[in-house]
Design a protein around this ligand. Structure first.
Ligand SMILES: NC(=O)c1ccc[n+]([C@@H]2O[C@H](COP(=O)([O-])OP(=O)(O)OC[C@H]3O[C@@H](n4cnc5c(N)ncnc54)[C@H](OP(=O)(O)O)[C@@H]3O)[C@@H](O)[C@H]2O)c1
Length: 272
């Protein structure tokens, strides 16, 4: 597949934030879009905005439910004939210190952020093998830096990094590329979602606006990296700095986060 040419893209978690922005970006590039999420009314409205029938398809999908991803892929193939790019984007954050978290909290985090990505990949494999397409997983800079009071999320994203590294090697033989995206702070609803995974209107964005990359900028950079079949994309300047520091000066990184933990950690733990 010539990834620069327009094709069919499937995106999990397309009802807000980075997923919605990627749907808009691919549609702008002339791609057909398959939008997956639990909040069906949101993706149905987005599919209409992106051209409706023949251009965009909304399919209800909870990535924690076995069978949902398979059913969504089958529907996409039935309607559009195949898939060229599949983006495992659905995710959320379980905040809280280890003391505050139950093992059920951690399991819930892994069900979406880790098993959800694997369910998406398993479901997409036959279609991507046919198209020699691209699999994309949205991880996080949190996989690399020990951000306080986010251990469950950090661990889940480290799994995504590791999963992509393994999958890239295995799927190269099938002609499928694997792009791992590690964003820093991007404009989205993620910090307004509670530990159970539900969006809360009353919650406010906690990251200052000057530190947030607009979601459409992130989406454009992701689509460009996928078209080049890049292995890895780290987003935001602070994200690149954090990952470079973690990779090249790990002891310094640990020291900085130990110093930051009492302030950042206690605020996040209080809000969790
Ligand atoms: N924004 C950031 O600063 C940032 C930084 C690093 C990494 N990330 C990652 O980027 C990805 C997208 O997050 P976002 O920032 O765009 O947050 P967001 O605006 O909250 O979007 C999250 C999306 O995931 C979907 N989702 C959550 N649980 C799901 C489930 N069980 N099944 C299906 N869909 C589910 C949500 O849709 P429904 O609720 O409708 O199902 C929503 O569309 C996540 O993997 C996140 O970890 C974000």
């Amino acid at each position: 597949m010539a990834t620069g040419a327009a094709g069919v893209v499937l995106i999990t978690g397309a009802s807000s934030g980075i997923g919605e922005a990627m749907a808009r970006e691919y549609a702008r590039r002339g791609w057909k879009t398959v939008l997956l999420a639990r909040r069906v009314e949101r993706i149905a409205a987005l599919a209409q905005a992106l051209g409706g029938d023949g251009h965009s398809l909304a399919v209800a999908c909870d990535v924690t439910h076995d069978g949902d991803c398979e059913a969504a892929v089958a529907r996409a193939v039935e309607v559009f004939g195949g898939l060229d790019v599949v983006i495992a984007n659905a995710g959320f954050g379980v905040d809280g210190t280890f003391d505050q978290l139950s093992l059920d909290d951690v399991r819930r985090q892994f069900e979406t952020n880790v098993y959800g990505v694997m369910r998406t990949a398993k479901a997409a494999l036959p279609a991507l093998a046919r198209s020699k397409g691209c699999f994309v997983a949205i991880g996080s800079v949190a996989a690399f830096v020990p951000a306080p009071a986010s251990m469950a999320y950090n661990m889940s994203k480290a799994c995504v990094t590791s999963f992509c590294d393994g999958l890239r090697t295995e799927w190269a033989m099938k002609g499928i590329s694997v792009t791992h995206v590690a964003p820093g702070f991007i404009e989205s609803e993620i910090r307004r979602v509670d530990r159970q995974g539900s969006f809360k209107e009353s919650r406010k964005e906690t990251v200052p606006s000057w530190l947030l990359m607009p979601a459409m900028t992130a989406a454009r950079k992701i689509a460009d990296a996928v078209a080049r079949r890049d292995d890895e994309l780290i987003l935001t300047l602070h994200g690149k700095f954090g990952v470079a520091m973690a990779r090249h000066a790990p002891a310094l990184t640990r020291a900085i986060f130990r110093l930051a933990a009492p302030r950042v950690g206690s605020r996040k733990a209080r809000d969790a």
